[in-house]
Design a protein around this ligand. Structure first.
Ligand SMILES: *Cc1c(COP(=O)(O)O)cnc(C)c1O
Length: 377
């Protein structure tokens, strides 16, 4: 039954399982509200076991903090150039600025919507010609779709530039059967409130090199040297995850596979109902790639059609959102160098993210698709 004030359908809202509350309760009962406690170590172990491939994990206060420390560990400092995917959320790029480094934005290709290997190599060659060797590459698995990992890695290897793998949106995605978050020299995860699983706020730094984990934890806990008093020979940060929030994370890890399954089902529903309808299309999975479908996105024929759908959904109390606005078009980054061919700009103008939470019902999904069809009739 349709009523005038139907309940709000959110883009991507938190979805708790059975166990989160008991881990948090245990933190209270044992007074491990602070400082660091067993949930943090447990959460790190849970992530390591999930990702496999001998990774080491440091649980931190956010994905952004993880990128900040990750770049620092890769040696990025004042005046260094960092190659960053343009089509992403600003948090991928902001930490470059925290370090006084210079971002150079790289456009996307059409098959994954992520960093174009061709433009990446063009940018590297350009910088080398100017006697500047980029210090790092930030590649992003946007909306959960893996970037062209093999090709990007080959280029990184050829020019000996380390990759920071921004896997904030891609926990539960695969490339050639191996989980995203295990490919970069350093990778990062986010557990922000809208991500596939959440600790209300949090992140992690991941690496196969245990030294990076140890150094990240050292920097994240105020860079305290080994002494009875407080001794410091480096600038530190307050970036460690709290034991209470890690308790939520432990519970969420138990339902992660279910959450991925539910989001992929959302995508399938939208695809079946809308693919080809009035020119709507989807980003399908390239060979050997599996997306967690963090957000289900559609491409429409034009900006006008995109807006028609978005505004109709808004009236119907359904949240949707344009795709990320590329960094090279953001006022704050407009003056930075970029290597672009218009791909991400087109995606931004024509694309829309549909409600994608793992807690959506079939009724919710049908309400979304019916309203989109109505908007286009
Ligand atoms: C969410 C997100 C981040 C930042 O993570 P926070 O935990 O919110 O700081 C970084 N990169 C991408 C692509 C993201 O989506």
């Amino acid at each position: 039954m349709k009523t005038a004030t139907q309940s709000k359908i959110w883009l991507s809202s938190p979805h708790m399982g059975e166990m989160e509350r008991s881990y948090v309760k245990e933190a209270f009962e044992t007074n491990w509200v602070a400082p660091l406690g067993p949930n943090v170590l447990g959460f790190e172990t849970d992530i390591q076991n999930y990702l496999q491939n001998d990774v080491h994990v440091a649980a931190l206060s956010s994905g952004t903090a993880s990128i900040h420390l990750g770049l620092k560990l890769l040696g990025v400092g004042q005046g260094d150039e960092v190659l960053c995917q343009s089509f992403t959320f600003s948090a991928s790029a902001n930490p470059i600025m925290y370090l006084g480094a210079i971002p150079i934005f790289i456009d996307s290709e059409k098959e994954t919507w992520n960093m174009s290997p061709e433009l990446l190599e063009e940018a590297i060659k350009n910088r080398l010609r100017h006697g500047k060797k980029p210090k790092a590459i930030i590649a992003v698995h946007l909306y959960g779709m893996p970037y062209k990992i093999g090709e990007i890695q080959d280029i990184a290897k050829k020019y000996q530039i380390p990759i920071l793998e921004d896997s904030a949106e891609a926990l539960g995605s695969y490339y050639k059967g191996r989980k995203c978050g295990t490919f970069g020299e350093i990778a990062i995860l986010s557990f922000n409130g809208n991500k596939i699983i959440t600790t209300s706020g949090g992140g992690a730094l991941v690496s196969r090199n245990e030294n990076y984990k140890d150094k990240a934890i050292f920097l994240a806990t105020q860079a305290r040297d080994n002494a009875v008093h407080y001794e410091h020979s480096e600038i530190g940060y307050n970036y460690r995850m709290s034991n209470v929030l890690a308790g939520i994370g432990r519970g969420q890890m138990q339902v992660l596979d279910e959450r991925v399954y539910a989001r992929r089902k959302n995508y399938e529903h939208y695809f079946k109902q809308l693919n080809g309808f009035e020119g709507i299309s989807f980003l399908e999975e390239p060979y050997q790639m599996s997306s967690n479908r963090w957000l289900s996105c559609i491409l429409t024929p034009s900006y006008e059609v995109r807006e028609k759908i978005r505004l109709k959904l808004e009236i119907e109390n359904i949240e949707s959102r344009p795709l990320w606005k590329p960094m090279h078009l953001q006022p704050i980054f407009m003056d930075q160098m970029n290597f672009s061919d218009g791909t991400s700009e087109k995606l931004f103008k024509k694309g829309l993210c549909l409600p994608s939470g793992s807690n959506l019902s079939l009724d919710d999904l049908e309400r979304v698709t019916e309203n989109i069809k109505t908007a286009l009739k």
